[in-house]
Design a protein around this ligand. Sequence first.
Ligand SMILES: [Ca+2]
Ligand SMILES: [Ca+2]
Length: 289
Amino acid sequence: MWRTVGGEESRLPSREFLMGTDKPGIAADGEGPQRPVHVDSFHMDIHEVTNQQFQSFVRATGYITEAEKFGDSFVFEGIVSEDVKSQISQAVAAAPWWLPVKGANWKHPEGPDSNITDRMDHPVIQVSWNDASAYCSWVNKRLPTEAEWEFACRGSLKDRLYPWGNKLNPKGQHYANLWQGEFPAHNSAEDGYTKTSPVMSFPGNAFGLYDMVGNAWEWTSDWWSVHHTTDHQHNPTGPPSGTDKVKKGGSYMCHKSYCYRYRCAARSQNTPDSSASNLGFRCAAEQKR
Ligand SMILES: [Ca+2]
Ligand SMILES: [Ca+2]
């Protein structure tokens, strides 16, 4: 079903829910306070936009992503080849496992010696917020707001950590593509995947949405702020301006010891022109497309 250009969608109900948490895992990220938010009914892609879908967009429009224009993008060092690694000297001081790799882009997620040939049903990565917005417009959709994304993640469960409940591995099963082992040195891939997984490899939530946490981080339309009003909000769209955009859900690189962000209330941010080897998106729309 991922072969359809627009992707399958789930229709979510119009409802009030509790956004954020009063028990933040990472308080500095502005996960709290918990607050009542109403979202009108909307449609959400049931899975992250795949390489196959993004390729259809690029073939139809000739679109060139920002990573392709810049000539490089960030790749997690654990998945970069020794050959590529030997050509890099610069790294991000606060996060030395991120390497700026020349020639890394959505078609070559880990650099020029990598490709997506056997990953067409995986989430597209190395796409910026601007790239993601362009794709969603092309399919007559848009990025979800943070409130819509979080409502979708929670799948009508109240005050739970994950889209499926509070236990990370119910009955010993993996419900998301995350990191097992020791970050960043050892990924045991107990869930079956060291990098991205084909979309829908893990169980969907009550709204029929897959990989809301884990696999690839997902861009939302909101500008980033860590301050939120507790006044009742109706279809909030975030601050009017900012420097960073909100991303949600965590990725295959997330482990509790370093990135406990695979919870519905968790959030993080990047500038809209950023791209990385663990960051993708899905689209939303008012009406079915
Ligand atoms: Ca994994
Ligand atoms: Ca995801």
